[in-house]
Design a protein around this ligand. Structure first.
Ligand code: HEM
Length: 515
């Protein structure tokens, strides 16, 4: 056969294959459409939306969901953002197609500074760097055996908390708990992060600067869009952001350098032994090597990972603690039932409910689960991004689209939960055995609520958060009787700070228990 003929045939076949693939692709695009939604918002829409609180955003989305259905697209500029308010679609996306939906969108200007160019866990793209950082946190620090080695920490913090509550209750005024809860959770995580029991003044300094950044993040958010323009348009805001970041560095860098020095000294003098030396999160970061760049983390990256650890674990847990306690004050019969359960497990002379006791308290677990269902501290997940185009449930999810789920709506679905807005811990109890139903919070078999997210990006701190919530709720109820301040109705109205907090923070009268 002539050579030119073979070449011609080969070229024709490859052109045919290419045309066939194109046809398939375009027909897929044609057949499947983006989820429905309002018409494209101009760029300014993105700026305006970024200034809304999560509570306001949730209301806007509810109206859109009523009009367009449980999955909607909000197109702002060229990037579609898809919101899912349906648990079965959330399951198909986050669990069944987990790898496709596990990416994060590129960081904006503010986020780039805060995350050291996406070199922390929550912002890293789905890939080797994220895998390394996440595995380091879960295996080295959040593993149950490591958490056990910190079991003296909650006891130390409980003492600080009880002392604060006791001195405030002696004034005869109702106690405003939120600041005390935040400080308690912060002490715990600072210890796990830096290894030492820092003095309370130093912890307060770290907490104040962290809190300042978190409270202002929503204002700074506008700088994430079109930074070349917004940095000029909102110059003062950008400078304010950089100033707070510098303040953070001034407070945190000395702690990082001091711990590095201590670690080096220990390595140089192994004879001192490991006595009294607790592996801290920061110790694990000094030796990590970034897989793609083949280098160790620099100081700013270490600081980003430490601030992520402190931020992700403190406001979320203290907010959840406040919601749980608010419901126990609002519903005295539930509080009494919980106290009776604790009394059946703990000796009357004991002041502390120990971590080991918690396993024998199914009602306590049910109270915590119900509180997380009814009041998830985060109304949304962190934004996910689609790694490659995919069709789910007949809808097209284009590559790079941003995805989020309305966490609250999933846990309040009346098709799954009877009387969903009521606070009923009993719904988690297995009546026949009197134990708590083994409830799968990870959603791996079915999503019924998702306060910690689901799938590959699920919160890695889930186990630690549950342990701390159970420990502190049990001990607060064991040591004090909690009542609403005279004439005070406990209001469950929400407000958006970094998390969804109580609009009217809990104030309660507390009386030491006579057991
Ligand atoms: C009640 C307490 C907590 C709640 C409700 C909570 C909730 C969440 C949620 C909703 C996400 C986003 C998941 C997603 O994007 O799909 C998340 C991510 C994360 N959380 Fe938590 N969290 C809590 C406590 C903690 C604690 C104690 C830590 C660590 C000590 C922690 C560390 C993280 C990290 C590092 C991520 C990012 C995960 C990733 O992108 O791979 N959280 N959390």
């Amino acid at each position: 056969m002539e050579i030119w003929f073979v070449i011609l045939i080969s070229l024709s076949i490859s052109a045919l294959i290419k045309a066939f693939i194109n046809l398939l692709y375009s027909s897929k695009k044609h057949r499947y459409k983006l989820p429905p939604g309002p018409s494209t918002l101009p760029f300014i829409g993105k700026v305006l939306l970024s200034r809304k609180s999560a509570v306001e955003l949730k209301m806007i989305l509810r109206t859109l969901h009523r009009k367009f259905g449980p999955v909607i697209t909000v197109k702002i500029g060229s990037t579609p953002t898809i919101f899912i308010a349906d648990r079965s679609l959330a399951y198909q996306a986050l669990i069944q197609n987990g790898a496709v939906f596990a990416d994060r969108p590129p960081a904006g200007a503010v986020s780039k500074v805060l995350t050291s160019k996406q070199h922390n866990i929550n912002s890293a793209a789905y890939g080797p760097t994220w895998r390394l950082l996440r595995r380091n946190l879960t295996a080295e620090i959040l593993h149950p055996t490591r958490v056990k080695s910190y079991s003296h920490a909650p006891k130390w913090v409980l003492q600080i908390l009880l002392d604060c509550l006791s001195s405030q209750s002696k004034t005869g005024d109702p106690v405003r708990v939120v600041g005390h809860f935040q400080f308690a959770m912060f002490c715990l995580l600072v210890l796990m992060c830096f290894g030492d029991k820092l003095d309370e003044k130093k912890i307060k300094e770290v907490e104040d600067v962290q809190h300042l950044m978190m409270l202002n993040l929503r204002r700074f958010n506008v700088l994430n869009f079109w930074p070349r323009v917004t940095k000029i348009l909102f110059r003062k805001l950008w400078e304010e952001f950089l100033q707070i970041r510098e303040q953070q560095e001034r407070v945190l860098m000395p702690l990082i350098r001091e711990r590095r020095r201590v670690k080096k000294e220990r390595l140089a003098n192994p004879a001192e032994g490991k006595e009294g030396y607790l592996l801290a999160y920061i110790d694990t970061l000094f030796d990590l090597e970034l897989p793609e760049e083949k280098r160790k983390l620099d100081e700013k990256e270490i600081m980003s990972l430490c601030t992520e650890f402190l931020t992700a674990g403190t406001d979320t847990t203290s907010t959840a603690l406040q919601w749980a306690m608010a419901n126990l004050v609002k519903y005295p019969d539930i509080q009494e039932k919980l106290f009776t359960e604790i009394k059946g497990v703990v000796g009357e002379t004991e002041r502390e409910v120990k971590e080991d006791d918690l396993q024998k308290m199914p009602y306590l677990k049910a109270v915590i689960l119900e509180s997380l269902r009814r009041h998830p501290p985060a109304q949304f997940l962190l934004p996910h991004a689609v790694k490659e185009e995919i069709v789910v449930d007949g809808f097209l999810f284009p590559k790079n689209a941003s995805i989020n789920c309305t966490v609250g709506d999933v846990g309040w679905d009346s098709k799954i939960w009877d009387d969903p807005m009521a606070f009923k811990p009993e719904r988690f109890l297995n009546r026949e055995e009197g134990g708590v139903e083994v409830f799968d919070l990870t959603g791996s078999r079915e999503i019924k609520m998702m306060p910690f997210g689901a799938g590959r990006r699920i919160c890695p701190g889930l186990g630690l958060a549950l342990l701390h919530l159970e420990y502190f709720v049990a001990n607060l109820i064991w040591n004090y009787e909690w009542n609403a301040a005279d004439g005070d109705e406990i209001s469950l109205e929400e407000e958006h700070e970094f998390t969804i907090v109580m609009k009217n923070p809990l104030k309660a009268r507390i009386h030491p228990r006579s057991k």
